[in-house]
Design a protein around this ligand. Sequence first.
Ligand code: TYD
Length: 176
Amino acid sequence: MAPNPAVEPYLLDVERRAAPPGGRRLADARVNTRVGRTGCRIVDLPRVADPRGNLTFIEGERHVPFPIARVYYLYDVPGGASRGGHAHRGLQQLIIAAAGSFDVVVDDGARQERFFLNRSYHGLLVPRLVWRELDNFSSGGVCLVLASEHYAEDDYYRDYATFKAAADAERLAGAA
Ligand code: TYD
């Protein structure tokens, strides 16, 4: 099929973003950090600009490196509330500010960083074994999540110490 010229160019190979040759490091950028030090990274999603309203689309295994098994969203979040506070054993996800803005604080057990999401065409890709907390929701903020797995409570780490022990053990095993 011929490429649609209305679609802004975007990278098809999400994994290639992990190590762009001569790519920007975390220290080079603040809001639009591309690849963070926790393994999380911002994915630029396709945008179809239109005077009637813009459109963004996401295809599993194309714009995210996994088949999309589940979609959920957080909305009507009261000011000052915090969501998340867990990590996943196997699940990966893409987090998008579909409306408004919020912060995502991520922690791989050794390093932490904060991402500010305020564009519906940016997604934060969060790998497995990353603790996340979402806060600073703007009024009307909507957090859209595309997940690689169906909901399963036994995939969650809800206790930070247990998560950190698992992440540390995996890091040690990887370094050996
Ligand atoms: P949870 O993932 O703990 O949300 P947060 O970390 O943002 O507080 O989910 C809150 C509740 O919703 C929990 O009881 C499980 C339930 N839930 C589902 O049943 N299905 C889902 O897909 C999700 C994400 C949550």
